[in-house]
Design a binder for this molecule. Structure first.
Ligand code: GTP
Ligand code: MG
Length: 204
């Protein structure tokens, strides 16, 4: 539901459910839980802005682990009196399968370096090709779709300036060489995907 409907819907769910020992208390205290980086903190801020016209109360960011502990409750509504508690994103200790893990990683639910940007880039290219999403061909000036990550990253590095000069020591004197920064290119590829610059892609 859009954020306008969230508070009334939650209020109704709470009213319809058993209240047990909280029967006499009219305020709503609700824990917001979910996988990392899905927008839990953003939702709390936007509900607060919508209903109370108040500013940001919890930090938001485009990487997992922005919220680091269960925070104190944040008021988001006056009528009904509603408080939300922000929590750090959590994942099950064991993911069902590698592919699910890759999808979560591409969505930014797992820190990139824990999975490896190179492996993620490879899986992303596989997914884009499988779905015939060829936005990357044009963006990186490839000419045609490609099935291998290495030549793709080469084009990314060249077209996005992910290169570095290195001094190579040879027997007859030092020469400067241009090296392609493959890790930076892989990261750039992931960033472009996440920003929607490779097209609108649904992983599942
Ligand atoms: N496109 C889009 N991006 C959103 C939306 N909501 C949040 N974001 C972005 O998603 C990223 C993560 O948002 P957060 O609110 O920090 O996510 P979180 O679930 O609190 O993350 P953790 O605290 O790390 O578990 C930020 O870059 C937000 O700007 C949305 O509705 N649409
Ligand atoms: Mg958060």
């Amino acid at each position: 539901p859009c954020s306008l409907q969230v508070v009334p819907m939650v209020a109704r769910l709470v009213a319809d459910g058993p209240r047990y020992h909280r029967a006499e208390s009219s305020e709503h205290n609700i824990l917001v839980i979910g996988v990392p980086n899905v927008g839990k903190s953003s939702l709390i801020n936007s509900l607060r802005r919508l209903h109370l016209k108040k500013g940001k109360a919890t930090a938001v960011g485009g990487e997992p682990g922005v919220t680091k502990s269960v925070l104190s409750r944040i008021q988001v509504c006056e009528k009904p009196l509603m408080y939300l508690v922000d929590t750090p994103g959590v994942l099950p200790p064991r993911l069902g399968d590698v592919e699910m893990g890759m999808k979560l990683a591409l969505c930014g639910a797992i820190r990139d370096h824990l999975v490896g940007e190179d492996v993620m880039a490879d899986y992303l290219l596989y997914t884009l090709n499988k779905q015939q999403q060829f936005g990357y061909v044009q963006r990186y000036r490839l000419g045609q779709p490609c099935d291998h990550i290495e030549p793709l990253l080469k084009h990314v590095a060249l077209s996005q300036g992910r290169t570095q000069k290195v001094k190579v020591l040879t027997g007859t004197g030092n020469v400067n060489m241009m090296m392609l920064n493959y890790p930076a290119a892989a990261y750039e590829f992931l960033r472009d995907f996440r920003a929607g610059r490779l097209g609108r892609v649904t992983l599942d």
